[in-house]
Design a protein around this ligand. Structure first.
Ligand code: NAP
Length: 513
């Protein structure tokens, strides 16, 4: 019997320990065991039924403003345990404080933002969608579209890189909509998600069963979904493919939102000027190193005019050279670890794949690790690759989920924009330049293939929110390869948790809606 603590799951308003040996979560820097998770033996069907039959009605008995109050209270509880969350992130994700903040404070900020947005919806129990419209000559009979909270539950299957933000960016709009939540965090970093759920559940803020967490294997979760449930998945394109083919989606029409991998770009416009080039170099280096490049939105491909290739390579490399890598507990360290040995190996394999067509411009292996044993720590210095030939498919198809980006030159702007689109649909592209007309043109050109276009000019150098930072006010998600999902975007996020319906009736009936 293992002496490593086994974290309980919460389902059906009760705590349950898994009945199997479980999986042990590790410190990716020290290699030490931390806690265990296990979902063996959970009665998923009963737990899900409890959420639908008890927690859902209790949540929907409240108005949007009342549920917004609950979100605000949950944010306060989480805020009071922030130090614990930072300690868990250091141990389990191997992140430095600034990188833990992206996940932890990013999650709290998003939750608080929805608490405020929810207040604006007031004491209502459903939402109107547009105005009523006449269906014939006589104005007495009209159609009014409404949005009603779904009566199912929301299952979240999340990725390892955002155990906090990934939970709250989904749970905030779901709970605000009146929909109970079951979250299944990625096993490698499940601890932080489990602890946050535990703290909020123990505070008794939401109705029993409104917030559940299942840690460990995903087996059986999709089987337990019924037609009025929704599924929000974040993770790799491979797992997304398996999920899309599952009977819950293919046969039972469970609504799904899929956020998958994405080969995001940064594009320096022609005649952008030196300041814009510096801004691009700064942002690329930041995106490569924040959370060791383990952000779905991180810049993977960097496009610059042919004549600026060398200068861009030098500017980015000079910034990367200053990055100290190693044990996040050492104050001099700026970049911690990859999340696990398997991620470390996956990044090495991805690098080797890219290197079949690209050269190393800045070698991450030159970074000696600070306070960390290279034989144990899953730490890797940032590596900039480059190729004078931007044509090979592997350079546009390969997402290396680590501190790696590839610099690529383009000829005409039209060719540059076409190269960006070879990512086959991405979460975000950033565009760097000076002239408003040129920036607007590029943004419009890229909008249909990107969930977000982040436009950076010298006048917003100190104001912009960052290429990879997902703000709750803006859409997160992307078409094509990025999964085709949409999250956040302010109150737009509530759409996923509501059903649109047209009520056709006499005007006095509609007037009371
Ligand atoms: P992953 O291996 O696909 O795992 C994602 C989640 O799916 C985990 O919770 C995993 O559980 C679960 N899972 C695995 N197999 C499953 C199955 N057959 N049925 C149901 N669930 C299953 O992805 P990851 O390695 O955690 O995350 C990295 C990837 O996520 C990257 O490609 C990144 O681009 C993408 N990502 C995208 C976004 C976005 O918003 N677009 C955000 C973050 C990350 P276990 O951990 O227990 O295996």
């Amino acid at each position: 019997m293992s002496t490593i603590e086994l974290l309980p799951n919460h389902l059906g308003g009760q705590w349950h320990h898994g009945q199997g040996a479980g999986s042990t979560l590790l410190d990716p820097v020290l290699g030490t065991p931390l806690v265990r998770v296990d979902a063996t033996g959970l009665d998923l069907a009963a737990g899900f039924a409890h959420a639908r039959q008890h927690a859902g009605p209790a949540l929907r008995a409240l108005s949007y403003a009342q549920r917004a109050d609950l979100l605000a209270r949950a944010a306060q509880v989480l805020q009071s345990h922030r130090d614990d969350y930072y300690a868990i992130a250091t141990a389990n994700s191997g992140t430095v404080k600034n990188d833990s903040a992206v996940d932890i404070d990013g999650g709290l900020f998003t939750l608080s933002t929805y608490a405020k947005l929810g207040q604006s919806l007031g004491e209502r129990h459903h939402l109107l969608d547009g105005e009523s419209v006449r269906l014939g000559k006589d104005p007495l009979f009209q159609s009014q579209h409404i949005l009603s909270p779904i009566r199912g539950l929301a299952l979240f299957i999340n990725a390892f890189n955002f155990p906090s933000w990934g939970l709250w960016e989904k749970a905030a709009p779901a709970l605000l909509s009146g929909v109970p939540v079951v979250v299944k965090p990625a096993t490698a970093t499940a601890w932080l998600t489990q602890r946050m759920v535990q703290d909020v559940v123990n505070a008794g803020i939401f109705p029993p069963g409104a917030l559940s967490v299942v840690c460990g294997s995903s087996a059986g979760l999709l089987d337990a979904l019924t037609p009025f449930d929704v599924l929000s998945f974040t993770g790799s394109a491979d797992t997304a493919g398996v999920i899309r083919r599952h009977a819950a989606l293919a046969e039972r029409s469970v609504r799904s939102n899929i956020e998958a991998d994405s080969v995001n770009s940064a594009l320096l416009l022609p005649d952008a000027g030196d300041e814009a080039l510096d801004l691009l170099a700064k942002e690329v280096a930041r995106e490569m190193t924040v959370k060791s490049g383990q952000k779905c939105t991180a810049i993977r491909r960097v496009f610059v005019p042919d004549a600026l290739y060398e200068r861009a390579a030098q500017a980015i490399s000079a910034r990367l050279a200053k990055t100290t890598v190693g044990n996040p507990r050492n104050e001099s360290v700026r970049m911690g670890a990859l999340v696990s040995r398997s991620q470390f190996e996956a990044v090495q394999a991805g690098l080797a794949q890219l290197q079949t067509q690209a050269q190393v411009l800045h070698d991450g292996r030159q970074h000696a690790l600070v306070d960390a044993d290279p034989a144990v720590a899953c730490c890797l210095g940032p590596t900039l690759l480059g190729s004078r030939d931007a044509g090979p498919a592997v350079l546009h198809d390969t997402e290396v989920f680590g501190p790696v980006a590839t610099l690529l030159p383009y000829g005409t702007l039209a060719q540059g924009l076409d190269l960006v689109r070879r990512g086959q649909g991405s979460l975000v592209a950033s565009v760097y330049g000076q002239a408003a007309d040129a920036l607007r043109h590029a943004a419009l050109d890229l909008a249909d293939s990107h969930g977000r276009v982040h436009v950076i000019s010298p006048d917003v150098a100190a104001l912009h929110t960052g290429h990879g930072n997902v703000m709750p006010q803006s859409l997160h998600g992307g078409p094509g390869r990025a999964g085709g999902g949409e999250e956040l975007g302010g109150l737009r996020a509530l759409g996923f948790y509501h059903r649109r319906s047209a009520i056709q009736a006499a005007t006095p009936v509609l007037a009371g809606l």
